[in-house]
Design a binder for this molecule. Structure first.
Ligand SMILES: Nc1nc2c(c(=O)[nH]1)N[C@H]1C(S)=C(S)[C@@H](COP(=O)(O)OP(=O)(O)OC[C@H]3O[C@@H](n4cnc5c(=O)[nH]c(N)nc54)[C@H](O)[C@@H]3O)O[C@H]1N2
Ligand SMILES: Nc1nc2c(c(=O)[nH]1)N[C@H]1C(S)=C(S)[C@@H](COP(=O)(O)OP(=O)(O)OC[C@H]3O[C@@H](n4cnc5c(=O)[nH]c(N)nc54)[C@H](O)[C@@H]3O)O[C@H]1N2
Ligand code: SF4
Ligand SMILES: [Mo]
Length: 731
């Protein structure tokens, strides 16, 4: 039997599968590259997008040697032939005049804008020499890496082959980590990406924060649009009237930081009124009675006082959610790190879904299907006897199953459990991604070497000792994407255009570096095309087909479970853990317990963040096409609050947080679409590298105002909504 998911949670015998699985039907593969003949002078190349990490496959069109457009690949289950605005805007990333052009070595103090352009040979010789010295003095573990995205694969492989062990990305502790750990503790599996939410077939969708329509994760947004057209029940919980809220039957404008009270009250109603899936809970629930006793006091009347949401509305929505089960779905969220105790809130979301009995059911959470692709035989990595620096022996964050960025930053500052002397930073803008940039700078002060590999002069590149200019995703091969979803798939990233200057692909940089470090044998292939073709052909798939079509689909597999099927969850009890013995053992609450957020100081507002549909984090602000759509961010302030403060819509203000840290000047959006006690900004603006003309000083940085953050004791996630700001008018 095929493996169903990486952290497989259901142990199902083959005979119990439903035959007619809810697999999205894709058209027969379209010959993408062959289409070129039809349009004279136009070359088409399929490749997958890196404008965000949803990884849609697209088709690039090149006309008369110019990159003309990038559109969706109909063969691809992620894009289904359509890209989001950022994907379409990828053309602007290629033509961005502020792209890094040549390797740079810093010629003055860190953070000063003085550099010399050097050859790749000089740059990598410089890096390799410092790495050798650090390894000799402190061990290879003292060279750490921060990274995001698939492009890092070969660089990471070379560092691992050199003996490095410390790698961390913000996609865990600053993003989906608390959610995955909450679900892992409860259901025995994390959810990964794309989330296995069957929005296409659900009759009731609850979005807690998840701002689909601004969060442009393509497939989900397409299914959400269809759900709106199908007129299903949509319930949105958000202190802000988001795009999703504007499509909802119920908008619950919750007081930030109190969501757990609402979720407990919903479960209270569903349990007290016997509206849950009794058969599922009896068969698959562990500790349900103790759980029910724990939440007995969490009534809607109690929750109303915490959340600011009417008790009657809490009751009505609870019944509505239960009425549609099992085709009722509480979206697990993606960036759930709001308050620093988010793994427990995510556990409550998992339990609410369990009460609806929607696991492996149509319109609920489906079972992820994958496909097998052979690996390339590579030499083994040297063994290390030292613990990982971010979370030695899992003692700091007992349930973290990926490295914690801020833990690695702490280790760099303290030198414990051992000194960290070099950072490689690949495709992550740490000054924006991590809370409290002052701590990042303190850590950088401890380093003998900071290498940043980026495509544009990012904030973090401004502090580097060596800057390595990578080509954009449109100019390179990367590791294969092996996707898990309703049906497994594999897609290819391949070069569309030549590099416009002296930029190089990550794999090429890795290979050159390996040579200079004396470990060339760790990349025993001529180039990435040879590596990829080997993997594909070894799997019995056709390299030609993949190059031409961009995507190869895996076998169809059942993604729902048949009524009455025998299966077990991959938790210690084999069941959904309504009561968690492993949490008790580790000294944590067995059932999520609500803790009220600290009260707002007088004259302050809670600062929360989110996304613009046309930008990704801080990675697209430099793109001329996307900057043309939105060049800076605004601060959303409730219209009545603004009037009281004498602030007009469109006026510039400064935000000053509780620790006295001030933002850049930022435009006010005075609107009724937000609670009076909350202000909102799109994250990723207010960048600090003067070499980037389109981003420098544009808008305000939410990260800079995040001086205070709480850390999730279960898994190391950091709160990003824990700061208060006062609004200061310009003289
Ligand atoms: N305050 C606040 N902080 C947050 C969040 C928030 O909402 N508010 N969101 C959090 C979340 S959910 C996430 S996932 C993280 C994201 O954080 P990051 O992963 O750090 O994302 P970016 O900030 O976009 O940094 C990406 C960097 O990669 C560079 N880059 C882009 N393409 C390429 C490429 O092809 N090659 C190379 N070498 N570099 C490239 C970009 O120029 C940019 O400098 O941030 C987290 N931090
Ligand atoms: N266009 C675009 N799309 C993206 C991205 C991007 O950069 N650009 N990034 C992608 C990534 S990596 C991620 S992780 C996702 C993140 O996107 P999501 O996971 O959908 O949302 P969050 O960032 O968690 O939350 C933002 C929303 O939560 C609301 N909110 C703030 N505080 C609270 C609170 O206390 N309670 C409740 N209920 N709501 C609150 C905000 O008003 C906002 O609407 O987006 C993905 N999609
Ligand atoms: S969601 Fe948009 S930016 Fe992200 S991969 Fe897909 S098309 Fe690209
Ligand atoms: Mo994220």
């Amino acid at each position: 039997m095929e493996q169903l998911s990486r952290r497989r949670f259901l142990k199902i015998s083959a005979a119990t599968f439903t035959a007619a699985a809810a697999v999205t039907r894709l058209p027969d593969a379209v010959r993408v590259a062959g289409a070129a003949e039809a349009e004279k002078g136009v070359r088409t190349v399929p490749t997958f997008c890196e404008m965000c990490f949803w990884r849609c496959s697209g088709i690039a069109h090149v006309r008369d040697g110019k990159l003309w457009k990038f559109e969706g690949n109909p063969n691809d289950p992620q894009s289904r032939g359509r890209l989001c605005p950022r994907g379409t805007g990828a053309v602007g990333a290629y033509y961005d005049p502020d792209r890094l052009q040549k390797p740079l070595i810093r010629t003055s103090a860190r953070g000063k804008d003085a550099w010399k352009a050097v050859t790749w040979d000089e740059a990598l010789a410089y890096v390799a020499e410092r790495m050798q010295k650090i390894k000799a003095e402190h061990g290879a573990e003292s060279i750490a890496m921060f990274n995001h995205g698939i492009g890092v694969r070969m660089l990471q492989h070379v560092l691992k082959s050199y003996g490095c062990t410390n790698f961390a990305g913000p996609s865990f502790a600053q993003c989906r980590g608390p959610r995955d750990i909450g679900f892992l503790l409860t259901m025995g599996t994390g959810l990964g990406s794309p989330e296995p939410t069957d929005i296409a077939n659900t009759d009731c969708l609850v979005l807690i924060g998840s701002h689909l329509g601004e969060n442009m994760h393509n497939t989900q947004v397409q299914e959400f649009a269809q759900a709106v057209a199908r007129r299903i029940s949509i319930i949105v919980v958000d202190p802000r009237y988001s795009v999703a809220a504007s499509k909802a039957k119920h908008w619950l404008p919750i007081r930030p930081g109190t969501d757990l009270a609402l979720i407990l009250a919903w479960m209270n109603v569903i349990v007290a009124e016997g509206l849950y899936d009794r058969a599922f809970v009896e068969r698959h629930g562990h500790g349900f009675d103790r759980f029910a006793a724990e939440i007995a006091a969490s009534t809607p009347e109690w929750a109303a006082g915490e959340t600011g949401i009417d008790a009657g509305l809490i009751r009505t929505t609870a019944r509505e959610i239960a009425r549609h089960r099992p085709a009722s779905l509480v979206h697990p969220g993606r960036r759930v790190n709001w308050n620093g105790d988010d793994a427990q809130r995510s556990r409550a979301v998992a339990l609410l879904n369990a009460l609806l009995g929607n696991w492996g059911r149509k319109g609920g959470i489906y079972l992820q299907a994958g496909m097998r692709v052979a690996s390339y035989p590579l030499p083994k990595y040297p063994a290390s006897t030292r613990p990982l620096a971010d979370n030695p022996n899992q003692e700091r964050y007992p349930f973290a199953d990926e490295p914690v960025t801020t833990g690695l930053r702490d280790a760099t500052i303290s030198g414990k459990p051992y000194p960290i002397k070099a950072w490689w930073v690949y495709s992550t803008n740490l000054m924006q991604a991590l809370p409290n940039p002052a701590e990042t700078l303190k850590a950088i002060d401890q380093l003998d070497l900071l290498v940043v590999c980026d495509t544009v002069p990012s904030d973090i590149a401004g502090y580097a000792d060596v800057v390595l200019p990578e080509v954009t995703f449109l100019e390179r091969h990367d590791e294969l994407l092996v996707g898990w979803g309703r049906q497994g798939w594999t897609s290819l990233r391949q070069p569309v255009m030549p590099a416009p200057a002296d930029q190089k692909p990550g794999w090429w940089i890795a290979k050159e570096l390996a040579g200079k470090l004396g470990i060339a044998q760790c990349m025993p292939f001529k180039d990435m095309a040879e590596y990829l073709a080997t993997r594909v052909e070894k799997s019995g798939l056709s390299w030609e087909t993949l190059k031409n079509d961009g995507v190869i689909m895996g076998p169809k597999m059942p993604i729902t479970v048949e009524e009455g099927a025998e299966f077990a969850f991959d938790t210690p009890s084999g069941k959904v853990e309504f009561w968690s013995d492993q949490l008790v053992k580790a000294g944590f609450d067995p059932v999520p317990k609500y803790k009220a957020p600290a009260p707002l100081p007088e004259g302050f507002f809670r600062l929360v963040t989110g996304r613009s549909p046309v930008h990704t984090f801080s990675r697209t602000q430099s793109n001329p096409l996307l900057a043309g759509l939105m060049s800076d961010n605004e601060v959303w302030i409730n219209a009545a609050t603004a009037a009281k403060l004498g602030i007009a819509n469109g006026q510039f203000v400064t935000l000053r947080n509780q620790d006295g840290v001030a933002s850049n000047r930022v435009r006010v959006k005075a609107t009724q679409r937000i609670r009076p006690d909350t202000v909102y900004m799109v994250y990723g603006f207010g960048q600090t590298n003067p070499r980037n003309r389109r981003t420098f000083g544009k808008g305000a940085s939410a990260a800079q105002l995040n001086t205070r953050y709480a850390t999730d004791p279960l898994m190391g996630g950091t709160s990003l909504h824990g700061n208060y700001v006062a609004i200061e008018q310009e003289a």
